[in-house]
Design a protein around this ligand. Structure first.
Ligand code: ADP
Ligand code: MG
Length: 315
């Protein structure tokens, strides 16, 4: 890469996020060196976001920085892992200093809040793309998997799913509504909050867990498929956001709730008769029950195909 770009990396990305004792060598050499804690399992994930595919063209750099880390932290949250280290690969159309400064601000603030150190990465030129590979820790055999749900378990979701997709619809002028509600929905799209604390609290409590990136119904469907079960959702229990209903109307609100992506809430199952752990970060709603028959139903009826399948890049 050209020297200018190298200097920008040093200036804006070196030392970004938390400083951690287990980072022996961060940005600057051919590899980072880290010291995994003895006795813990490493949880590893990677996620890419591409301009025009995962986020709209012209999104502020700080929001792109937040998003690429948030989607990765959300994968660790879904497994109940504690975040530690991140690698960042940036593909940029041009070495734009103001853009990189904004990106680093959004990325760095979220990384600090979750004790995550940026330890290295790569920078190339091309269409705007950001990829993070992340590592976290989890005690042996305590990670939350998708595959542990059993018939009779209850099904739960955090937060108010559908708000992020509605926020994108507001940004794109597809729905309107009162100014305050529109602003809050847009904020939910721009700044998804990975439920790391909830994932941690669910270790040893939940039988299965997944984060909602492609839509509540679709991601619950993946959890069910991995567990060899189905789920029966109860319409009256679905947490419909007031802002979402104000902007989209009641019928469309339900569709946003079930099929909208980008929420990064957690869907999880609990053994019969147990309550979720205390979690102050977001409301938790019991939305249904795990059943033996495969598939996800709503009030006894199968979901429409597009709602059940959610977002699929290759569909
Ligand atoms: P190499 O050619 O040996 O891969 P690079 O010039 O690509 O080295 O990177 C130099 C240093 O800067 C490395 O330590 C690398 O991890 C770091 N780095 C490059 N790009 C990024 C980035 N986008 N985020 C964080 N660190 C980066
Ligand atoms: Mg490199």
């Amino acid at each position: 890469m050209p020297a200018g770009e190298f200097e920008l990396i040093q200036r804006y990305l070196r030392g970004l996020g938390a400083s951690r004792d287990d980072v022996l060598l961060g940005v600057g050499d051919d590899c980072a060196l880290v010291a995994p804690p003895p006795g813990l399992e490493l949880a590893l994930a990677a996620d890419t976001i591409v301009e025009g595919v995962h986020f709209p063209k012209g999104l502020r750099a700080a929001d792109v920085g937040h998003r690429v880390l948030a989607v990765n932290l959300s994968d660790l949250a879904a497994m109940g892992a504690d975040p530690a280290w991140a690698l960042l690969t940036l593909t940029l159309p041009a070495p734009d200093e103001a853009w990189l400064e904004g990106f680093a601000a959004g990325f760095g603030a979220l990384a600090l809040r979750h004790g995550t150190a940026l330890v290295g990465g790569d920078t190339t030129s091309g269409p705007l793309t950001a990829t993070v590979a992340i590592a976290g820790f989890v005690a042996p055999a305590t990670a939350l998997r998708r595959s542990g749900a059993r018939a009779g378990d209850t099904v739960w979701v955090s937060g108010l799913p559908g708000e992020a997709a509605a926020g994108l619809a507001v940004l794109q002028g597809r729905i309107g509504g009162p100014a305050g509600a529109r602003e809050r929905l847009v904020a939910r799209f721009l700044r998804p909050e990975p439920r790391v604390g909830l994932g941690r609290a669910l270790r040893g409590a939940a039988t299965a867990c997944i984060d909602v990136s492609d839509g509540l119904a679709a991601d619950l469907g993946k959890l069910c498929a991995a567990s060899g079960v189905g789920a029966a959702l109860e319409g009256a229990r679905l947490p419909v956001s007031a802002d979402l209903a104000d902007c989209a109307g009641d019928g469309p609100a339900l569709r946003f709730l079930l099929a909208g992506g980008d929420d990064y809430e957690l869907v999880f199952t609990l053994p019969p008769g147990t309550e979720p752990p205390d979690f102050a970060g977001a409301p938790l709603a019991r939305i249904g029950v795990v059943v033996a028959a495969p598939g996800v139903t709503l009030d006894g009826a199968p979901l429409p195909r597009d709602v059940a399948h959610g977002f699929d890049h290759f569909a």
